[in-house]
Design a protein around this ligand. Sequence first.
Ligand SMILES: CC(C)(COP(=O)(O)OP(=O)(O)OC[C@H]1O[C@@H](n2cnc3c(N)ncnc32)[C@H](O)[C@@H]1OP(=O)(O)O)[C@@H](O)C(=O)NCCC(=O)NCCS
Length: 315
Amino acid sequence: MNIRPFDFSEADYQAFAAVREAAHPEAPLDMAQMKHLDRTRGQSDIMERFLLEQAGQVVGVLEYATPYYDPRPGALEVRYHLRPEAQALEAPLWEFLLAQLAPHQPRELQAQVRENWPEFRFLLTQGFAEVERRWESVLDLQHFDAHPFIRPLPPGIALRPLGELPWQEVAFQQALYELEIELLGDVPSREPITPWPFEVWRERTLQDPNLLPEGYFLALEGPKMVGVTMLFRSNRPQTLRTGLTGVRASHRRQGIAWALKLRAIEFARSYGVRYIRTSNHQINRPMLAINEALGFVKEPAAVFLRLSPVPQRPG
Ligand SMILES: CC(C)(COP(=O)(O)OP(=O)(O)OC[C@H]1O[C@@H](n2cnc3c(N)ncnc32)[C@H](O)[C@@H]1OP(=O)(O)O)[C@@H](O)C(=O)NCCC(=O)NCCS
């Protein structure tokens, strides 16, 4: 077995995607998103990625990095995948990883895996503990009927897509950022997240290659933004992916989330896709209630794992 650094060439991205496809054909890599995440890494972020070769073929991938969505100090997020025929290389790959980590002296390691993946069982045997779970779920629009869900919008509320609003203007972007940060703070999860600074959010969200300004909806009360839902392009065939959905606390339980979700579904249909995917914390009852009623079907959960303290190996 030979382990070499990832060189960020197109060939290495393709090799990474091929391993992921072989390991988890049901969850293929979103290459456009991966490249965007790589391009928008902060200067002080740690990010090391490796390819594992056997007999000249790339059979595994490994990476550790400053957590992208919650960059807390001292934490590194670990990700690896192996082709099924190379699964036995898990243990030596793990030893390699621990030795590589030594100079960084992380206080904790994080990982996000599906509950049915071999990585889940292996990381548990290495001492990782489960922190929380998210349901990945999918709605098939072929047989979806919106009629039972349609209700009038509360007076004074209008729904508009980003594409019809001045979203290139900084003042508008700041208001949108403020809305999203407030709503993210309200998402029920085990631990509060560390929000991105405005400039980082702007680059990562508004320059996301999967952004669809016509599929990103705001609920407005006059000029005030009170709710949001958004659909992004997906690497999966016939699919759009849901981002954040939320309504300000002052405007909840008036049917605004229903209206936003139905508007997004209507957009997805006109865009010509069959599926909408989403991901929700298992303790987020309000959001799950909406998605369950709409008919989203749950897949194996995504589990967030943590290891602390991190075992020491000579670097
Ligand atoms: C989830 C959320 C978007 C719902 O917004 P909302 O505008 O209040 O929702 P609606 O008024 O359209 O309600 C739709 C349905 O959601 C469910 N629901 C909403 N709030 C609920 C609550 N507190 N408890 C249980 N069910 C709830 C109900 O089924 C409701 O239907 P009903 O009114 O017929 O009972 C809102 O609570 C929110 O912004 N939460 C914080 C952000 C968040 O967690 N977003 C999801 C991240 S993936």
